[in-house]
Write a protein that binds this ligand. Structure first.
Ligand SMILES: *Cc1c(COP(=O)(O)O)cnc(C)c1O
Length: 389
């Protein structure tokens, strides 16, 4: 397959046998712990390429190899490593690059479970953590210590969608010989390719848009050459490999990813524009919206936007938020996002330590694949309940 083909074309073809005659459109799903060999010589030979997907299930299968190859291609990566969840990918990156006594820089707008992993496990391993303002850009250099090993990023950040100046941060990391990693779940490899800007390892919670149907947990880390083996070994050592059925759902999700994201993006932009004009909405936090925080960086570095955003409300009377979010027709209350369905959830930026949130309550919404007019009507009714509560 040619890299000259467009990404939608590649997404329909990657990981498939395109030359076979009489083969199924989709490759068979390998359910395997064990691959068997007929001679010791062949078994020994297989050990020479232990991650080719033909040795032992924990090392991978042809199904995981197909998924990893596809993600690596669309990410501009040397290779990708599938794992059990987005969080498994985050922990794999931490373990790959950090040793006892090292120091890591993490944005204060980081996904809250990544913060929990760092606080609960990295601290116990004797790893020092500094949280930085996601708006810091090149200023991150002032936080680099002699024992700093990794600058972790997430752009846009969780809850308030703070954009990071990735090229400026990567330049600092390269100057000091530090590794960089970025959680790219919001943009997916379709809309942002941090490896092309010099980031070493890019985490995708495939649970979200790649699987796309809210029915599986899956992670994948796209790596440059230097990061690949350390990340692969970390996933192996945790035993945090993904199940074959989940990987197959990820591969299936890739086929429609471009089409789904186009719809998520178009609807989200309409909702964001509408929300911006509503009484009682202080600001819309969606980097693709002209005038929104981070819009300039988004325009410079990203080629699109997904369907997740937040909006800030003024201080509310008791019960007002409850009145709004509990009575929605289409936006259900639930964690996660990236599926075909719309979701709503209060965000909690007030937990930040460095980039302290001084605004009002923040509500996060995921714009699903429903008719956008139905979603706007639902939000309109919700905002009216909020005002009258
Ligand atoms: C959901 C999420 C994750 C974690 O993914 P899981 O598959 O749920 O473990 C990581 N990063 C971000 C930004 C997320 O939203």
């Amino acid at each position: 397959m040619s890299k000259d083909h467009g990404i939608a074309t590649r997404l329909t073809q990657l990981g498939r046998d395109l030359d076979g005659s009489g083969v199924s459109v989709n490759p068979p799903v390998y359910r395997a712990s064990t691959f068997v060999f007929s001679s010791l010589a062949e078994l020994d030979e297989a050990w020479k390429t232990p991650f080719s997907g033909r040795l032992y299930g924990r090392n991978g299968t042809p199904t995981s190899a197909a998924f990893e190859t596809a993600v690596a291609d669309i990410s501009g990566a040397h290779a990708a490593v599938a794992c059990a969840s987005g969080v498994a990918g985050i922990m794999a990156v931490f373990l790959a690059f950090l040793n006892s006594g090292d120091h890591v820089l993490i944005p204060d707008s980081v996904y809250d479970i990544a913060r929990r992993c760092a606080e609960r496990t990295l601290r116990r391993m004797g790893i020092e953590i500094t949280y930085y303002d996601p708006a810091i850009g090149a200023g991150v250099e002032a936080l680099v210590q002699p024992n700093t090993k990794l600058i972790y990023m997430e752009s846009p950040g969780s809850g308030t969608f703070d954009m990071q100046d990735v090229p400026a941060i990567v330049a600092v990391a390269q100057k000091h010989g530090l590794r960089t990693a970025l959680d790219n779940t919001w943009a997916t490899p379709l809309f942002f390719r941090p490896l092309t800007l010099g980031v070493d390892a890019v985490i995708e919670a495939a649970t979200k848009y790649i699987v796309g149907h809210s029915d599986a947990m899956l992670g994948v880390v796209a790596c440059n050459e230097a990061a690949y083996l350390p990340v692969r070994m970390a996933v192996q050592d945790m035993g945090a490999v993904a199940g074959t059925e989940e990987i197959n759902l990820g591969l299936r999700g890739l086929r429609t990813l471009e089409t789904r994201l186009a719809r998520h993006q178009a609807s989200a932009l309409k909702v964001a524009e509408w929300l911006q004009g509503q009484e009682g909405v202080r600001q819309v936090l969606y980097p693709a919206l002209p005038g929104a925080p981070g819009h300039e960086i988004w325009k410079r570095d990203f080629s699109g936007a997904s369907g997740l955003m937040s909006f800030e409300l003024p201080p509310l009377a008791d019960g007002a938020l409850e009145a709004m979010v509990s009575g929605m027709a289409h936006f259900k209350l639930g964690y996660s996002w990236g599926g075909f369905e719309s979701l709503i959830l209060p965000a909690h930026p007030e937990n930040r330590k460095v980039a302290v949130w001084k605004g009002g309550p923040v509500v996060r919404i995921h714009i699903g694949l429903e008719d956008v007019d139905d979603l706007i009507a639902d939000l309109d009714a919700g905002l009216r309940r909020l005002r009258f509560a």
